[in-house]
Design a protein around this ligand. Structure first.
Ligand code: TXA
Ligand code: MG
Length: 316
């Protein structure tokens, strides 16, 4: 199916093969991962990577994650370590990204790392993502498939709403299971949590056997996803709301009366999976959004991180 030149591919062998072909040609393909939909391009092809930044309107200083099919493939691009091995064993394939020193002869475009001497790598778990990566047989740079700064996409329809006509294809394989971006752990210096995400901090610390340094604003090594206003709907967002004011619409959590509930049972995994779709939906009403308090443990930390950024004052 074609609309504005953006092909819709299905999650079958023909669709996977076409996605891999387009990537080989330097084209951009949006594909599902277990976290969010990614906007993929060949990480070794500078023009392809430049067109990712252009399609998203992304500031060029914000580096991208290289997605690969396996640990063996990741090790071709970065300096591996015991800590990397422990985390990869525990969580790959899955919603975890590791930032490691680039290895000599890596071949990845410097646009992927935005000139840093480290690379963010991830082996995703989603079957369609894995199939594309295996067939493509190379590193795929993939930020979330949304215009920069806006709400992340957890369905193919979200991707189309933001990027239709600006990318070659979207492979549709339904909604993403985790619904929050990967957790990013920096292992290039002192081990640090650079972004909370789909794997909870306590699980990571348990696998490492040590506590992670938590990013403080002002630290020099940052994941620019930590920019305060991010994941932003067009409408205002107010957090920790017990009731609504004026025209507000309530995004609930747990047993509360509300317009839309992230999880009526108070289940944080379910709430994470529903978060971005709920923000997309409420955003389309044009009404300001009030959000119930969400507990800050487990996946709640990543949910609250995204909500704080959605609620932050905008630069422009
Ligand atoms: O779940 C995910 O991680 C999704 C899916 C598509 O895999 N991708 C994603 O990509 O969230 P993106 O570009 O929206 O966020 C990547 C984050 C950014 O905050 C970026 O600054 C950080 O990773 N990052 C990338 N390379 C880095 C590096 N070398 N050092 C520190 N942070 C890095
Ligand atoms: Mg993003």
């Amino acid at each position: 199916m074609i609309s504005n030149g953006t092909l819709e591919l299905s999650a079958d062998p023909a669709g996977i093969a076409q996605a891999a072909d387009l990537l080989r040609q330097g084209q951009l393909v949006a594909f599902p991962t277990e976290t969010v939909y990614g906007l993929g391009g060949d990480a070794r092809n500078g023009e392809a990577v430049a067109s990712i930044y252009a399609a998203k309107g992304r500031p060029s200083f914000n580096p991208l994650i290289a997605h690969v099919a396996s640990v063996e493939s990741a090790r071709r691009f970065v300096e591996w370590s015991d800590q990397a091995e422990a985390l990869a064993q525990a969580f790959w394939p899955g919603p975890l990204t590791l930032v490691l020193p680039l290895r000599e002869g890596h071949g990845v475009s410097s646009l992927v790392t935005a000139g840093l001497d480290t690379l963010a790598v991830r082996v995703p778990a989603h079957p369609s993502a894995r199939a594309i990566l295996e067939m493509f047989d190379g590193p795929v740079a993939a930020p979330s498939a949304n215009p920069s700064g806006q709400i992340s996409p957890t369905t193919a329809a979200h991707v189309r709403a933001g990027l239709d006509g600006r990318i070659a294809a979207i492979l549709d394989d339904g909604p993403c299971g985790v619904g929050l971006e990967s957790t990013i752990v920096g292992l290039a210096g002192e081990s640090a949590l650079l972004r909370p995400g789909g794997v909870a901090l306590d699980q990571i610390e348990a696998a490492l056997g040590t506590a992670l340094h938590l990013h403080q604003s002002g630290d020099t090594l940052t994941a620019p996803g930590q920019m305060l206003s991010h994941y932003a709907p067009d409408v205002a967002v107010r957090l920790n709301a017990q009731t609504t004011h004026g025209d507000e619409i309530l995004l609930g959590f747990g047993p509360v009366e509300c317009d839309l509930n992230l999880s009526a049972d108070g289940n944080l995994t379910e709430a994470a999976a529903n978060l971005f779709a709920a923000l997309h939906k409420l955003n389309s009403t044009g009404r300001p959004i009030a959000v119930s308090p969400i507990p800050d443990h487990g996946l709640g930390a990543a949910i609250n991180d995204r909500l704080r950024r959605a609620a932050a004052p905008r630069d422009s």
